[in-house]
Design a protein around this ligand. Structure first.
Ligand SMILES: *Cc1c(COP(=O)(O)O)cnc(C)c1O
Length: 368
């Protein structure tokens, strides 16, 4: 194989280029028709009443929490095994992230661990549908109902994923990202989904300087808008999402079937979910395989790989500084996973030849 295979690869075609050119020629570049059209198609796709497009996924999380009235001192329970933005959105509110450990098999937040962390100050739960596998929506929605908590779904890695045949982003307040490595992209971009009309209205206000009518500002807001250039790309990408996900699932099933290397565990999928494989994540048994050496071997053969994520959030320097020390927080499963996980390329551009090459290269690795 002469070319190398990257871990992620956005697919941009002439269709996106044409859509961008149309926006540029129209002269309506920000918060114009394309943004409204994208929101409409996205809310239809997820089957929710409202979608609010914003500048990126981090902003989506920030506005979701603001629309749910999260305030200083509130506690929000979330997973330590995710991208940093999930937990940081809680810090933006001066609220307190409380970390509940994850499930060994799905890598997602464990409902039983959530129950152990609920206090009188708990206001919300942010679950992450990590790597494209939905979290336990049923159990966590029940917890939210019983304890009167808001549910935020971090769907940044799960566009089109389903729990019991219903798309994620429709169970609580959904937050999506369209960063280039995600299942669809707009360059940078994000969107909030909600069935709550009032919260949606608040998100729209906060996104645009609290402006309720032209130059009339009712609350303190921000410039968190999406451009029409981004939205035009998003409209085209959304039409391709199901096809992209189908190919990701095909690739993952190919690996599941043919990878045979001793010392690795392939990703688990719960029966009642549609997993959209934002990442295809293996667990490496460190008694048999050194993850670092294995990654070097793959790189030497032109195969990109990555570790999502090498350090749980409570172990990050920022959080250590905030007092999340080993005495106060333990999430042993997340900590162990951080040492074991390894992501392979699973993006829709992989050819049959590349899939075969990846499998053969892995199966030929000499376990010591
Ligand atoms: C990418 C990502 C985000 C943040 O999205 P941006 O668009 O990069 O701001 C949040 N949470 C998770 C789990 C992500 O993967």
């Amino acid at each position: 194989m002469e070319k190398s295979i990257p871990i992620a690869k956005p697919i941009i075609t002439n269709e996106e280029l044409k859509a961008i050119a149309e926006v540029l020629k129209s002269g309506m570049l920000a918060q114009g028709k394309a943004v409204g059209d994208f929101e409409k198609s996205f809310s239809d796709y997820i089957d929710v009443k409202n979608a609010i497009a914003v500048g990126n996924g981090t902003i989506a999380l920030d506005l979701a929490l603001k629309s749910l009235n999260i305030k200083e001192g509130d506690e929000i329970i979330t997973t330590p095994f995710t991208f940093i933005a999930t937990a940081n959105s809680i810090l933006f509110q001066k609220a307190k992230p409380v970390f509940a450990d994850v499930e060994e098999r799905t890598f997602n937040i464990d409902p039983d661990e959530i129950l152990n962390k609920i206090t009188g100050k708990t206001k919300a739960i942010i679950g992450v549908h990590l790597f494209g596998h939905p979290f336990n929506v049923k159990a966590i929605s029940e917890i939210c109902e019983d304890h009167k908590l808001s549910l935020v779904e971090d769907c940044a890695q799960a566009h089109g994923a389903e729990y019991e045949h219903k798309r994620v982003g429709g169970f609580g307040t959904g937050c999506f990202s369209f960063y280039p490595t995600k299942n669809i992209t707009t360059g940078e971009g994000g969107i909030i989904t909600t069935n709550d009309g009032k919260n949606a209205e608040l998100c729209r206000l906060l996104r645009n300087h609290g402006q309720s009518s032209k130059y009339y500002h009712t609350i303190l807001g921000y410039n968190y808008r999406m451009t029409d250039i981004q939205a035009a790309i998003g409209i085209v990408q959304l039409k391709k999402l199901d096809g992209y996900n189908k190919k990701r699932i095909y690739n993952a099933e190919y690996f599941n079937k043919d990878i045979r290397l001793e010392g690795i565990t392939k990703p688990h999928r719960e029966k009642h979910v549609k997993h959209v494989y934002h990442q295809y994540v293996l667990k490496v048994d460190s008694n048999l395989i050194s993850r670092e050496k294995f990654m070097e071997y793959l790189a030497g053969k032109g195969i990109g790989s990555a570790v999502h994520y090498p350090l749980p959030i409570h172990k990050q320097p920022l959080y250590q500084e905030l007092g999340y020390t080993s005495d106060s927080v333990t999430c042993p499963i997340a900590e162990e996973l951080a040492n074991k996980v390894l992501s392979l390329p699973v993006h829709p551009s992989l050819s049959e030849k590349e899939l075969k090459y990846i499998v053969e290269t892995i199966n030929n690795y000499e376990v010591v």
